[in-house]
Unconditional design. Structure first.
Length: 324
């Protein structure tokens, strides 16, 4: 199948460094892919100018990216994760797309991934991060059912009944590091409506639940289920597998990802055309160019990693190497 339009969001700071790594990896592995970088524009919902700097903009264009502006009308500085919702409207309607967070590497040709754009999917590489059932006495079943009821969705069709009612895996839950669909506007309108409703008028069962930074991941299962997708909409092993890696934070990449992923990051970060730009981002410079990442890598046995990500983070922080 032809490679889809690939959408990321980038702005000044860390995200533009991540976007350069992403764009370089995409250009190497997926020559037919069209990369769109959505760039938030200055406005009342940002304190500082969020636009890419001149050098990063030029480098992204050399790597084949088209840069499209969008305005933050609903989230901005108060919830920057909302960029991934508002950026969808930068694309033309009826454009099959796959969105990725910038902290992702493309490792294989996206044209080979069997994406069904009529059935949306998202990342299943996630942990039990939301909800926290004991905060106000509501269990998982009550919390998720209240959300599905709020949006007139049938929760029963979303359940994995191989897991018990108190098991988080029973409920549709994704990491929002990637998702895809046939139309960014249809997906975006539904995503925006659900996220805003949960934020502004949550059902009582959400009392005490934190929605920062989880709002996008709370809304996303409802969006995907409502559009006919689900956990089985993409064959496992492709995205967040052999074709892409959502590394999320450089210290975590060095702690737990494969040698191939580390080699890819280090090779791209040392390209003569990109190294001067990437070295401006201090965490990347210290971890990749100055050897901090190798120190992290030596701390962990990747065949026996801690079960919880928080334990990785704790050990890395104790070593003074939690840099983002």
């Amino acid at each position: 199948m032809p490679a889809p339009t690939v959408l990321i969001v980038a702005q000044a700071g860390r995200l533009q460094a991540e976007a350069l790594l992403f764009a370089a990896s995409l250009a190497e592995t997926s020559p037919s892919a069209r990369l769109v970088v959505a760039e938030p524009q200055p406005g009342p919902l940002w304190d500082d100018d969020p636009r890419l700097d001149h050098d990063a903009r030029a480098a992204l264009r050399r790597l084949g990216a088209t840069i499209l502006p969008f305005d933050a009308r609903h989230f901005g500085r108060t919830y920057p994760q909302g960029n991934k919702i508002e950026a969808l409207f930068a694309l033309p309607a009826d454009t099959p797309f796959v969105f990725f967070d910038t902290d992702t590497l493309i490792l294989g040709d996206l044209a080979a991934v069997p994406l069904d754009f009529d059935r949306p999917a998202a990342s299943l590489r996630r942990e039990d991060t939301w909800p926290k059932p004991d905060i106000a006495g509501h269990d998982r079943a009550a919390i998720w059912r209240a959300l599905y009821d709020r949006f007139d969705l049938d929760i029963d069709g979303s359940l994995d009944t191989a897991h018990a009612p108190d098991d988080w895996r029973r409920y549709l839950y994704f990491n929002a590091g990637f998702f895809h669909f046939r139309c960014p506007h249809v997906f975006g309108q539904r995503f925006l409506h659900i996220a805003q409703t949960i934020r502004d008028a949550p059902p009582p069962e959400l009392a005490g639940q934190s929605l920062d930074p989880w709002l996008d991941q709370v809304a996303l299962p409802l969006v995907i289920h409502g559009l006919g997708g689900g956990r089985d909409a993409l064959e496992p092993g492709w995205l967040d597998g052999r074709t892409s890696c959502h590394w999320r934070a450089l210290p975590l990449l060095y702690a737990r990802e494969s040698d191939a992923v580390v080699d890819t990051v280090e090779r791209i970060a040392n390209r003569p055309d990109l190294k001067p730009l990437l070295a401006r981002h201090a965490p990347l410079r210290k971890l990749v160019h100055e050897g901090g990442g190798a120190r992290i890598r030596a701390m962990f046995d990747r065949t026996a990693l801690p079960a919880q990500e928080r334990d990785l983070r704790k050990r890395i922080r104790a070593a003074g190497l939690w840099l983002r």
